[in-house]
Design a protein around this ligand. Structure first.
Ligand code: PEP
Ligand code: MG
Length: 577
């Protein structure tokens, strides 16, 4: 038992460990993600007066509507506010409660069951209509769950709504759970599964939230327990005391120093290392431009369309891309063509039944199974680029062969776009980088997937988090292989063939030094990481970065590589990174 500062015995302190994926330290109560709402049993009978039941039903729907409307007013982005407003409107739809009310009166169903049935019928009809209407079916199902939870007095599904700040604990987070997450209230994310390259990790860095993934046992902690979270060290500690409070205060002081990036990524000797942003939407792009990003190194176009059941039209796509380009006039914007599949399924492109989706028809490969979508996307990108001063470049995800790269270049040129590149996310692409760069203008290392495929370790699995580290010696050698290939291709073409990194490795300030030392030209990351990466890069010159990269390459384990490199960079400890 620990003694707390008043000298009283405190309950047992528990220290849980995971993988720190986004820095920051906080203390707050732990709140668990609300479980999915279960379907009320078929024929669930009404108990009590039907009229009172219908009143309860209407009141529940209105309460859900009011809550969503209020959240929309507080939303931090326009897109989040729109999602919430649209869902609020559906919750307040009189036709829905009227139909449910009829089922209560005519079939003697409980209000929960009646609402469930009425909403399901509504969602099925919308799905059958296809197009835009079909995309709204999932929203109706969300409203259905919220009203049933309200009737039962349960928490609404998904991220719990609280007024007081808390640490969110979950198995893992889906992009949809987090679209409307409010970082003023959710102070940190802790998940039992998920690896360092999972989308929970990416999202946490985007929002600047401390996050620890792969924390065994966190789901067993009682809700409301006060916890200390250290997103750099990967620690979750219950019963925090003076030591943890001091650590939080030290982080606050350090983070003030890291609050802004001046828009110039460079080494101590003045060598430029452009620091770009990874974005998914116009909102992200505007935030990144405000944070000083020197351009966009990765526009994840699939994020504009998650949740769509049908292919967006060329005009819809062009509008979404134009929003991003508008945030970066005259700056570089690298657009990645749709990377659907695996953890980012898109119903109009990917097959949900594939036994092994990470190794299936995903990314560029969907052009084989659904030809035409890629060409139409390139048409939309070209249309938006023609109206903008942004320096637009296009790249394909999940390239594995030289022929794929060559074919992609043909498609890009056919769309009238001059600059083409590909992502290096497979060991096959890394090992043939020189030949690939004989065909395309640049490559961007997607270290998230490159790590998963090099180590044969699912990036979503918390239990494989250690294998899934970009510090793995095999991954660092893959990077070296690519920069060597690029140097040869640059020489033979007498033109620089740029190597960027847009995987999460670029956002780790220590690893950023190694990547630059290995010959990477530019780094792209969530906008929140720019200032920290810039501050650390500025402390080393080219020769030092190369020496540090050699030390990392010599290590035989990810821990050894990380520890050796961190020991060379005292600025990390000074800044609490
Ligand atoms: C990557 O694989 O590193 C990458 C940037 O792509 P995503 O994380 O979207 O798969
Ligand atoms: Mg990838």
């Amino acid at each position: 038992m620990d003694e707390n500062r008043t000298g009283q015995q405190s309950p047992e302190k528990q220290s849980l460990h995971g993988v720190g994926v986004s820095p920051g330290r906080v203390i707050a109560p732990l709140v668990h993600m609300a479980p999915a709402v279960t379907e009320p049993p078929e024929g669930d009978p009404l108990t009590g007066d039907p009229e009172a039941a219908v009143d309860r039903l209407k009141a529940a729907a209105l309460a859900v509507k009011a809550e969503l409307t209020e959240r929309a007013a507080r939303a931090r982005s326009e897109s989040a506010a729109e999602v919430l407003k649209a869902t609020a409107l559906m919750a307040g739809d009189r036709a829905l409660t009227k139909n449910a009310g009829k089922l209560v009166a005519s079939q003697g169903l409980s209000p929960e069951r009646a609402l469930w049935q009425a909403a399901t019928a509504y969602a099925d009809q919308m799905r059958a209509m296809g197009g835009y209407m079909a995309d709204r079916a999932a929203d109706i199902e969300d409203v259905r769950a919220r009203i049933v939870a309200q009737l039962r007095g349960e928490d609404a599904p998904g991220v719990p709504q609280r007024r007081e700040p808390f640490v969110l604990a979950a198995e893992d987070l889906a992009p949809a759970d987090t679209a409307v997450l409010d970082p003023d209230v959710v102070l940190a994310l802790v998940t039992e599964s998920g690896g360092p390259q999972s989308h929970t990790a990416i999202l946490a860095r985007n929002l600047g939230l401390p996050a620890v993934v792969a924390v065994a046992g966190v789901l067993e902690l009682t809700g409301g327990t006060r916890v200390y979270v250290d997103g750099a060290a990967g620690a979750v500690v219950t019963e925090p005391g003076g030591t943890e409070e001091q650590a939080v205060a030290a982080w606050r002081r350090a983070s003030e120093q890291l609050a802004s990036f001046d828009g110039h990524g460079e080494l101590a000797d003045g060598t430029a290392v452009p620091l770009l942003a990874n974005v998914g939407t116009g909102d992200d792009a505007r935030a990144a431009a405000e944070a000083g990003a020197q351009g966009v190194g990765l526009l994840r176009t699939e994020f504009c369309f998650l949740g769509r059941d049908t292919e967006p039209t060329v005009a819809e796509q062009a509008e979404a891309y134009a929003e991003v380009f508008a945030a970066f006039p005259r700056r570089k914007v690298v657009v990645r063509t749709l990377d659907a599949g695996a953890d980012k399924p898109l119903p109009f492109l990917t097959d949900a039944q594939e036994p092994n989706p990470a190794l299936g028809v995903r990314g560029y490969r969907t052009d084989w199974s659904t030809p035409g979508v890629l060409a139409r996307q390139l048409e939309a990108i070209a249309a938006a680029a023609a109206e903008s001063s942004a320096d637009v470049r296009v790249m394909a995800p999940m390239i594995a062969t030289v022929a794929e790269a060559a074919h992609f270049r043909e498609l890009v040129h056919a769309a009238g776009l001059p600059v083409s590149g590909v992502m290096v996310e497979t060991p096959a692409a890394a090992m043939t980088a020189e030949q690939i760069l004989d065909r395309v203008d640049f490559v961007s290392l997607g270290t998230n997937d490159l790590t998963q495929y090099t180590m044969a370790a699912d990036r979503m699995l918390g239990s494989l988090a250690e294998l899934n580290s970009p510090w793995q010696p095999a991954v660092l050698r893959m990077v070296e292989c690519v920069t060597r290939g690029a140097a040869s291709a640059s020489q033979s073409h007498a033109t620089p063939k740029n190597v960027g990194v847009c995987g999460e490795a670029a956002a780790d300030p220590a690893l950023a030094v190694v990547l630059v030392g290995l010959g990477v030209d530019s780094l792209s990351m969530s906008a929140r990481s720019l200032a920290a990466v810039a501050a650390v890069l500025r402390t080393v010159d080219t020769e030092q970065a190369r020496r540090i990269a050699r030390l990392a390459l010599r290590a035989t384990s990810p821990q050894e590589a990380r520890d050796t490199v961190r020991a060379e960079l005292p600025v990390l400890a000074e800044l609490g990174l």
